[in-house]
Design a protein around this ligand. Structure first.
Ligand SMILES: Cc1ncc(COP(=O)(O)O)c(C=O)c1O
Length: 369
């Protein structure tokens, strides 16, 4: 007997999709754990010891609901950026915040502009609201501000998404270049500027924060440089009226107290961040060296991961990925052509990269056959 459920027509129309298959599921399929987890752009160097201690201390208080204003953390973020608290909303990582922010603007049929092959969780959130995603290709492995602007104008897009630096290619624009884009946004568009990796990027990658501009929302996370991906916490900065609107629909008690305590302590320990950035830079340099040694071309990156051009098509890169997986090395790859000629490797510790160094030549030669 086929079951019938009273789903909305939107839900009925959506494919069963998961933006990312987790490495845990892949491990269950393979039947063995990965030995190098360098595929999800996590920070293997971990969070500040002060953040971990703060989360441990929070254990005794976890019977309480959190303060739904997250005042202490909001104060810390406000001080960090030197902005008022009213311009900040905190939520369940950028992924969760992209969902809430999208609900502010998107209903079925509303056009939304992004790059073909850009961060897929954004697309997932938009599709879940019935938004009409329109895309423009990457240009020279970069998301292209000019092409996005043109698309936004032509398609009347209400939201434009850009990650700077970008995932999956790791490429970036300077803050000055983005300021030019922001000034040219059509009146009807709001830019979702995803800055998940910006702490790793060169000085000047982030445009100055302009709290008077009602057309930009900036998404930040504690998942990457701060090493708190598992706690699920991030924030958005924007015009106070835009930020106030989040209160209408956000999940006020949706953050866990460990995340809040950890993020607060992590933000205050900028020395740890300097150390992490140094470790990441060294790891990226080593991955580059390994790649070049094996005839692959590293794409310049401003993140904690690097795309390596395997010089052939997506089928070949997928075969390399599968062969690395068989050797217990978890990496990922871009999802559309022509970027899918690359594999994408996250910064790892010495042991991770030793294993990658050993596995890569074997994976490449197996993929040839
Ligand atoms: C561009 C981009 N945005 C957002 C995220 C997710 O951030 P969060 O963990 O805060 O949800 C990622 C994670 O890979 C990312 O690559």
């Amino acid at each position: 007997m086929s079951l019938k459920f009273p789903f909305t027509s939107l839900i009925e129309s959506l494919p069963s999709t998961v933006p990312f298959v987790g490495p845990e599921l892949q491990e269950r399929i393979i039947g063995a754990p990965y030995r190098a987890r360098i595929g999800a752009n996590e920070n293997v160097f971990g969070s500040s010891p002060k953040a971990r201690e703060a989360m441990r201390r929070e254990l005794d208080h976890c019977w309480k609901y959190t303060d739904p204003e997250f005042l202490n953390l909001k104060q810390a973020i406000a001080e960090h950026h030197n902005i008022p608290q009213e311009n900040i909303v905190i939520g369940e990582g950028i992924d969760g915040l992209l969902g809430v922010a999208s609900r502010l603007f998107i209903e079925p049929g509303i056009p939304v502009a992004t790059s073909k092959g850009a961060y897929p969780t954004f697309n997932y959130q938009i599709s879940g609201l019935g938004g009409n995603l329109v895309t423009t290709p990457f240009v020279n492995d970069h998301e292209c501000p000019d092409a996005l602007l043109k698309l936004a104008r032509e398609e009347n897009a209400r939201v434009v998404y850009l990650a700077n630096p970008d995932n999956p290619m790791g490429t970036w624009w300077s803050g000055r270049e983005l300021d030019v884009m922001i000034a040219a946004l059509p009146e009807h568009s709001v830019l979702f500027l995803d800055e998940a990796y910006v702490e790793f990027a060169p000085e000047g990658t982030s445009p100055p924060i302009d709290l008077e501009n009602p057309q930009v929302l900036r998404f930040r996370t504690f998942s990457k440089a701060y090493g708190l991906a598992g706690t699920r916490i991030g924030y958005v900065i924007g015009h106070r009226e835009l930020i106030k609107a989040f209160d209408k629909i956000r999940n006020h008690f949706g953050l866990n107290s460990f995340a809040i305590a950890g993020a607060n302590a992590a933000l205050r320990d900028q020395d740890w961040l300097v150390r992490v950035k140094n470790d990441v830079a060294l790891a990226i340099r080593r991955i580059k060296d390994i790649a070049i040694e094996n005839g692959l071309k590293p794409i310049p990156t401003a993140t904690n991961f690097i795309a390596l051009d395997c010089g052939r098509d997506g089928g070949f890169a997928r075969a390399v990925l599968a062969e690395l997986g068989k050797r217990a090395v978890f990496v990922r790859m871009p999802w559309v052509a022509p970027q899918d000629r690359c594999i994408r490797v996250s910064a790892g510790k010495k042991d991770d990269l030793d294993l990658f160094e050993k596995a890569l030549p074997l994976a490449l030669s197996r993929a040839e056959n």
